[in-house]
Design a protein. Structure first.
Length: 94
């Protein structure tokens, strides 16, 4: 029983680390999207006029996600999770 409790604790720690890394990746993705918008704007001649940025820091052309890739959604650490093997799987949209 003690070994199982230790394993569950390890899984919780790994989950926490993965959530932090997921948040960092999401922030980097938003930075890249904003940078891509700036580069495209500069390349296509909208010199000096930057498109208005929305709250996430992504320009309007990027917020529509024109390349139709599925977005990865990170669950926040404040969401309740049940420690266990099958009960803690997160669902990502396809």
């Amino acid at each position: 029983m003690k070994r199982l409790e230790l394993k569950l604790k390890q899984f919780a720690e790994i989950e926490t680390l993965l959530m932090k890394e997921c948040e960092q990746v999401e922030r980097a993705k938003q930075r890249f999207a904003a940078e891509r918008t700036r580069v495209i704007s500069a390349r296509f001649g909208t010199a000096g006029t930057m498109p208005a940025m929305n709250a996430s820091g992504v320009g309007p052309s990027m917020s529509s996600n024109g390349n139709n890739r599925p977005q990865m959604i990170c669950a926040s650490p404040s969401q309740p999770s049940i420690s266990g093997f099958g009960n803690n799987q997160q669902v990502h949209p396809h």
